[in-house]
Design a protein around this ligand. Structure first.
Ligand code: ATP
Ligand code: MN
Length: 436
């Protein structure tokens, strides 16, 4: 079935969003879903039924053959039902289905989630809380966001690649590595696909991936997960300017499209679509030195050479909106960052910083000269033999290249104005949470 209107006619079950669209008024339809709310009076039972696409009010009257089951059915039971759709201004969404047939598919035991439980409790029963309208809606925006990311890279002729999750040498430093037994060897879970993407650009030139990254983050913050989804891209023959343009185009593309195509969801989540639609390239660009100066003017006691924390990042983005900070002291960035040849104490690294969330991505030019790379490995106390394959990339046809990594959950938390990234992923993994 190509288009939506054809599909819904022939399907034996109608999706609730199609009822709410008004196209089923006066038609006899069947719905399947779960009992979301139930309220009874002497002669009538009111239900709110939910499916993946929405909620609709259904009623069963005492004289109906469905009455006995309507009385018996519990919250979160799965059901199928039929009835003729009618308009009803009082019903949520403006339509009602007076039920003539009701079938209980799976009768639910007493559902543990009720209205006034704590956030903490809901997170402990995440497998059930995922059924809430809120989580249902966030997951849809997440899906759309990923779609727009893929759409963007394909439009820019990037090739999607699939990096390994088991790795033998660190990308982002030892402190946040998860170790594991791999047969009889000690390996790690990947923190970033970057190094492997660098190998792939020498074949495909422009590559990207959306894949999990793992970080043993011991501090509990609102923007760190132990397992998160990482959008990473790498491009051969590119400059810092190319890189920043690519990143701001990606972020604008996603924000504009979410604002346009997720209107219903944004409204339900009380997110200002207008504000999101205003996120447009180009973003402000300042150097690390300029950022330090700005922060000092705002009374931050920051020494030159120190990295910015959450508060510093927030303060910068409050003033400048989404912004790039580039040209960092080499001591606070990773071994693979390329130094400015005229000022080798500084590296071509760039952070994208956004209001409320702070750092959204880090990218930069990668050291492409073999001798320089060997020097950097030594400075970081890393063993050359652990990076032989990576050094090979500089031996055989090295090119200037740049790339970046951006966290999907941070992007979503920013787009949806959420306080904590924990609600942007269905089954969050943190120091404390790994169940369900
Ligand atoms: P931070 O300093 O905020 O901890 P980072 O500099 O260690 O982040 P990078 O190595 O630059 O992180 O990773 C690239 C991107 O991946 C980050 O900009 C961020 O969007 C995302 N990211 C990094 N660590 C996490 C995490 N633990 N949970 C969720 N997203 C993360
Ligand atoms: Mn970073």
């Amino acid at each position: 079935m190509e288009n939506k209107s054809e599909r819904w006619c022939v399907m034996s079950f109608t999706r609730i969003e199609d009822i709410l669209d008004g196209r089923c008024e006066g038609k006899h339809i069947s719905v399947r879903g779960w009992v979301y709310r139930k309220r009874e009076s002497k002669d009538i039972v009111f239900f709110i039924i939910r499916d993946a696409t929405g909620i609709v009010q259904c009623t069963v009257r005492k004289d109906s053959s469905a009455w006995a089951d309507a009385k018996r059915v519990t919250i979160e039971s799965s059901v199928t039902l039929s009835g003729t759709v009618k308009k009803d201004e009082r019903a949520p969404g403006g339509f009602e289905v007076p039920v003539d047939q009701l079938k209980i598919v799976g009768l639910a035991e007493t559902f543990p989630i009720t209205k006034d439980q704590s956030e903490e409790f809901r997170r402990n029963v995440r497998h059930l809380w995922l059924r809430s309208r809120r989580m249902n809606t966030i997951m849809k925006v997440r899906s759309e966001t990923l779609r727009f990311v893929h759409e963007f890279f394909r439009k820019k002729s990037f090739i999607e690649v699939s990096p390994p999750m088991f790795i033998s040498s660190a990308c982002e430093g030892g402190a946040t590595l998860f170790g594991l037994k791999y047969f009889d060897k000690d390996l790690y879970l990947t923190q970033s696909a970057q190094l492997h993407l660098e190998a792939l650009i020498q074949s495909l030139e422009k590559v990207y991936c959306v894949a999990p990254s793992f970080r043993a983050e011991k501090s509990r913050t609102i923007r760190h997960l132990a397992e998160y989804w990482h959008v990473e891209a790498e491009e051969a023959f590119s400059t810092m300017d190319d890189l920043m343009c690519l990143e701001e185009d990606l972020v604008s593309h996603v924000c504009q499209n979410v604002a346009k195509q997720c209107r219903k969801e944004l409204k339900a989540l009380e997110v200002d679509a207008g504000k999101l639609a205003k996120v447009k390239a180009p973003f402000n660009r300042i150097t690390y030195d300029e950022a330090v100066e700005k922060l000092r003017k705002k009374n931050f006691k920051i020494k030159w050479g120190e990295d910015f924390g959450f508060n510093e990042e927030k303060a910068l983005a409050e003033e400048l909106g989404p912004l790039f900070v580039y040209a960092y002291p080499k001591k606070i960035k990773a071994f693979y960052c390329k130094t400015y040849r005229e000022n080798p104490e500084m590296v071509m690294s760039v952070d994208l910083i956004v209001p409320n969330i702070g750092e959204l991505s880090t990218g930069g030019a990668r050291e492409d000269d073999k001798k320089e790379l060997l020097k950097r490995l030594e400075e970081f106390g890393l063993r050359q033999e652990d990076y032989e394959w990576y050094i090979d990339l500089r031996k055989y046809g090295t090119v200037p290249h740049t790339g970046f990594g951006l966290g999907v959950e941070r992007l979503l938390a920013w787009i949806l104005d959420l306080e904590n990234i924990i609600d942007t992923i269905p089954f969050p993994r943190t120091t404390r949470r790994f169940y369900p």
